[in-house]
Structure formats: structure tokens, C-alpha cells
Write a protein that binds this ligand. Structure first.
Ligand code: HEM
Length: 419
């Protein structure tokens, strides 16, 4: 039985009130626009960004917290109960999570933009409290789910990395005011690895084992190589974390090669799923999925080149950019544009042709073209240390984000009461 049939059986009975997942998706679409706008205004600072408070860090967290994390929360609070066949105990904790994280991250990014620790630290604590609460909900659902196989393993590992990312984020925020850390930059790099590869990366790889077979109407990938891929991915994150903390080039090198082995295993498994899937025409979103997949090994190779001084003066910036924008953002907007119409059609009731109606929407075609062009332009701008080119790339990205927000608004309009 393919994953889709198993997933959809009885899904309706486990649907949350529609405003729950869609408030997170709507926030992600809004922060996506704000993120590109902040990058446009702070392009001078962003092109060679190597840490520190200011507009570039604001863009990083509008992206990581505002777009990636809110999307992950919206997807997991709705998809996990369906996949695990365990409804959530209550809905109010998710509402509380939302009202801690979203206002918290708005204040956090304002504190980062204005370089004001007096705003940054309380905002960091509020955001951390919301993320922690999400962690508790995720843990409760994974615990009650019994055997979820490799998806459960990815879920637990991503959860552990989230807790560590939050702890280091709050520590870095406090350190901006007190300066107690012996090596701020090493902790910042560790925070990047735990947040980008650990929390978001492992969550994206784990969910792929459910979502890609579901969209392709295929069976789940074979167990053994799936666990081998998981083992390599988790080991790479742990080695990278230790390498960053110890400022050890050899440990970071081993981590990057282990990451390449994990990426190769994952991409091979996903390729097999698509080849065996009953649905061959997967549409525009899978052009972005494949582009995101290609960006994963490209990120790791850029990291290796930067580590050995082969990627120019901004090698470290390119590595962070390809991780967050090239792989994670590309993959997540690709999945989001599949999940939203799919969920909307479940809320709207059978027969509502929402999925097919939006499959090739003009807004999505405009977004995809702008996103690809923006990522390519910014990557070249970083390599050339060219702020004007970075501004151009950000402006193109902004147009794409507005198109994506338009698509999101259209989908939500379909599920509004009386619509
Ligand atoms: C409560 C949540 C968070 C807080 C309070 C927080 C705080 C911070 C702070 C203060 C810095 C600045 C370090 C510096 O001076 O360079 C930073 C850097 C960064 N954060 Fe976060 N962060 C949080 C969550 C996240 C998450 C979830 C991610 C990724 C998924 C993330 C990704 C990054 C990245 C990529 C950097 C730049 C690292 C560098 O400077 O090299 N953050 N964060």
C-alpha cells in the first residue's frame, strides 16, 4: 500500500481547526516578504556577512524563525497527528506557541536590526519559550506515536537540535550585552550548524520520507538504507557541532564529508521513490524540490571550499547563504505550495478542485522564476563582494515573495467560512 493511501485513511477526523495550521503558513508568507525587504535594505551588510547584530542578522532570523520554523510548526502540528493517527491532546498549547513565537520573533528581529540588547534579550526569551512549548508538543506526539520508524528517529533528533539551537541563541543574545563567552564566533557557528543542519535540516529530511512518497504515490523508501542515511546525517551534525565549538578544521572536514555521504544516500532514496511512484507528472513544485535537493551537496562543497580558503573572501557567507536560501528555503516553499492546497481541499470537503486549480498558478510560476534568479544573483554577488548586484537579487526575491504571498492569500480565501 503506498504512503498516500495509509496517510489519508481517516485523516479528516484528525484535522485541526483550519486557522491553526494556516495561521503559521500565513505568517511564513508574510515574513518571507519582510525577509527579502530587509535583505534589500541591508544588502551592503549582507554580501560579506560573518555575524554580528544588524540588518543581515535580521534577515537571517526573519528567514530561519519567520519562514522556516513557522512553516515547520504549521506542517508538523497538522501532518504528524495524521501520520501518527494520534490526535493532539488539546489545541490551546498550539495557539499559545503561536502567540509566543510570532510576536517574540518580531521583537527579536527589531532588537537585532537596532542592535539593542535591551530588546533582544527579553525577545529571545519569549521566542525560546514558544519554541520550547512546540518542542514539548512534538515530543508528546512522537512519544504516543509508537513506531514511526526512521521518520520518528529524524523527529527526535531534530527536536534535540532545536533545544540546543534555542539555548545557544539565548546565550548569544545575552552575550551581546555581557560578553562573557570566550569565543562568540565559535558559538555563533555552532548555533548555525545546529539550527540549519540539525533542527531544520533533519526535519526536512525526515518529513521527505513521508511527503515525497505521498505526493508521488509511491511506497516509503527501504528501511536499512533509510536508517544508514539518518545515522550519517545525525553524525555529520554532531561532528560539525564539535568541530565548530573546538574550532577544529579537521573535525569540520570530517563532518562535511559525512554530510556528503548522508546527502548522497538521501538523494538516491528520493530518486528511487520518484522513479517507482505512480504519479510521474509532479508539476512546478517538484522543479523547486529538485533544485533544493541539488543545493544540499552544493552547500557542503561550498563549506569545504570555504574551510580551505578556496571560495574567496566571502566563502563563509556563501556557505551560510546556500544552506538557508539555496537548500532550506527552496525546499520548504516547494513543499508549502503542495501542502497548503492539499490541506485546503481537505477542509473545503471532497470535490473542491483546489489542488488542481493551483497546481500551475501564475503566482507560483512568477515566484519560482524570481526565486531561482534571486538565489543565483545573490550567490554571484557574494562571490564578487558586489552590494549593487546583491540589491538587485534581493529586489527580484522580493517580487517572488509577494507573488507567493498572493498565492497563499488565494488558497486561504478558499477555506474562509462561507467562501
Ligand atoms: C530563540 C531563538 C533564537 C535566538 C534568540 C537566536 C539568536 C541569535 C543571535 C544573537 C545571533 C548572533 C550571533 C552573532 O553575533 O553573530 C544568531 C545568529 C544566527 N542564528 Fe539565531 N537565534 C535563534 C534561532 C535560530 C534558529 C532556529 C536558526 C536556524 C534555523 C538560527 C540561525 C542563525 C544563524 C544562521 C546565525 C548566524 C550565525 C553567524 O553569525 O555565523 N537562529 N542567532
Amino acid at each position: 500500500m503506498n504512503v498516500a493511501a495509509g496517510f489519508l485513511g481517516g485523516a479528516k477526523s484528525r484535522l485541526l481547526p483550519r486557522s491553526i495550521p494556516f495561521r503559521f503558513f500565513a505568517s511564513a508568507a508574510a515574513f518571507h516578504v519582510l525577509m527579502w525587504l530587509a535583505l534589500l535594505l541591508g544588502a551592503e551588510d549582507a554580501v560579506g556577512f560573518r555575524g554580528g547584530l544588524g540588518p543581515a542578522l535580521t534577515s537571517v532570523h526573519l528567514l530561519t524563525l519567520g519562514v522556516l520554523t513557522t512553516t515547520a510548526i504549521g506542517a508538523s502540528v497538522q501532518l504528524l497527528p495524521v501520520a501518527t493517527r494520534r490526535t493532539l491532546h488539546a489545541v490551546w498549547p498550539i495557539r499559545l506557541t503561536f502567540w509566543l513565537i510570532v510576536p517574540g520573533l518580531i521583537a527579536l528581529t527589531v532588537g537585532m536590526h537596532l542592535a539593542q540588547p535591551s530588546i533582544l534579550v527579553p525577545a529571545a526569551v519569549a521566542t525560546a519559550a514558544g519554541l520550547f512549548l512546540f518542542g514539548v508538543l512534538l515530543a508528546d506526539n512522537l512519544r504516543r506515536a509508537g513506531s514511526l520508524g526512521v521518520v520518528g528517529a529524524y523527529g527526535w533528533a531534530a527536536l534535540a537540535m532545536l533545544i540546543l539551537t534555542i539555548a545557544l541563541g539565548v546565550t548569544l543574545s545575552i552575550n551581546e550585552e555581557t560578553g562573557f563567552l570566550p569565543d562568540h564566533a565559535a558559538v555563533a557557528l555552532t548555533h548555525l550548524i545546529l539550527g540549519g543542519f540539525g533542527f531544520m535540516g533533519l526535519l526536512a529530511l525526515g518529513f521527505s520520507h513521508v511527503l515525497i512518497p505521498m505526493f508521488a504515490l509511491a511506497s516509503a523508501p527501504p528501511k536499512r538504507p533509510s536508517y544508514a542515511g539518518f545515522g550519517a546525517a545525525a553524525a555529520a551534525v554532531v561532528l560539525g557541532t564539535l568541530g565548530a565549538l573546538a574550532d577544529s578544521r579537521s573535525l569540520l572536514t570530517i563532518a562535511l564529508f559525512t554530510g556528503l555521504a548522508a546527502a548522497a544516500t538521501h538523494l538516491w532514496l528520493m530518486h528511487r521513490v520518484l522513479r517507482a511512484g505512480m504519479r510521474k507528472r509532479l508539476g512546478l513544485s517538484f522543479i523547486l524540490v529538485r533544485a533544493g535537493w541539488a543545493m544540499l551537496p552544493a552547500t557542503l562543497l561550498a563549506g569545504l571550499a570555504a574551510l580551505y580558503g578556496l571560495a574567496g573572501g566571502n566563502g563563509g557567507t556563501l556557505f551560510g547563504f546556500l544552506l538557508l536560501f539555496g537548500w532550506l528555503l527552496t525546499f520548504l516553499v516547494a513543499i508549502l505550495q503542495r501542502i497548503m492546497p492539499f490541506l485546503a481541499s481537505m477542509f473545503a470537503g471532497s470535490g473542491a478542485p483546489i489542488v488542481s486549480e493551483f497546481a500551475n498558478a501564475r503566482s507560483l510560476r512568477l515566484h519560482a522564476a524570481c526565486h531561482g534568479l534571486a538565489v543565483a544573483t545573490l550567490a554571484v554577488a557574494i562571490l564578487r563582494d558586489d552590494a549593487t548586484m546583491a540589491r538587485l537579487g534581493s529586489a527580484i526575491g522580493l517580487v517572488g515573495a509577494i507573488a507567493f504571498a498572493w498565492f497563499t492569500a488565494e488558497v486561504i480565501r478558499r477555506i474562509l467560512p462561507d467562501s
